[in-house]
Design a protein around this ligand. Structure first.
Ligand SMILES: [Cu+2]
Length: 164
């Protein structure tokens, strides 16, 4: 990455919702739930200026929170917890429907569109030090995503990714 591109990336990151030291979380959002639904996903763009790993997360609305990877296995969409998600230096890593996500499970309440949900991301730096990055994720209803999200959402909806 050239210096000019890095500066642009940093400038964009600076305009986002949450910043902690070297890790920036842009546009954090959660897929809204219906009554009795016990799991959903949180998505965001995470950038670490120095390089780091996302190693965990927590939220007051969920009993269990894990970092998940979703992928195709044959013609089936599957997902599984990953111990760590690599955040290469200066490169935005997108958590999105159909890919990586922060899985909120054992939900204590339905999450309605428009609400803000606190999520704490645990990021481990190259020096092994862990930092908590607090974000306020906006709950968005299915079928009401910004235009840019629609490709990903349709892929995710077909596969019904969060039905465990
Ligand atoms: Cu998941």
């Amino acid at each position: 990455m050239t210096t000019a591109k890095l500066l642009v990336a940093l400038t964009l990151a600076g305009a986002s919702l949450a910043t902690f030291a070297q890790t920036t979380v842009a546009d954090p959002w959660i897929r809204g739930t219906v009554a009795q639904q016990k799991a959903t996903g949180m998505f965001a763009k995470i950038t670490s200026t120095a390089g780091a790993k996302l190693v965990g997360a927590s939220s007051p609305v969920a009993g269990i929170v894990e970092v998940h990877e979703m992928k195709m296995e044959g013609d089936r969409m599957t997902m599984a917890a990953v111990p760590a998600l690599d955040l290469p230096a200066g490169k935005a890593v997108e958590l999105k429907p159909g890919g990586y996500h922060v899985m909120l499970m054992a939900l204590k309440q339905p999450l309605k569109a428009g609400e803000k949900v606190a999520v704490t991301l645990v990021v481990e730096g190259k020096d092994g030090k862990r930092e908590n990055v607090e974000v306020q994720a906006e709950v968005r209803a299915l079928g009401n995503q910004p235009a840019g999200m629609q490709g990903g959402m349709q892929g995710g909806m077909k596969a019904d990714p969060h039905k465990h």
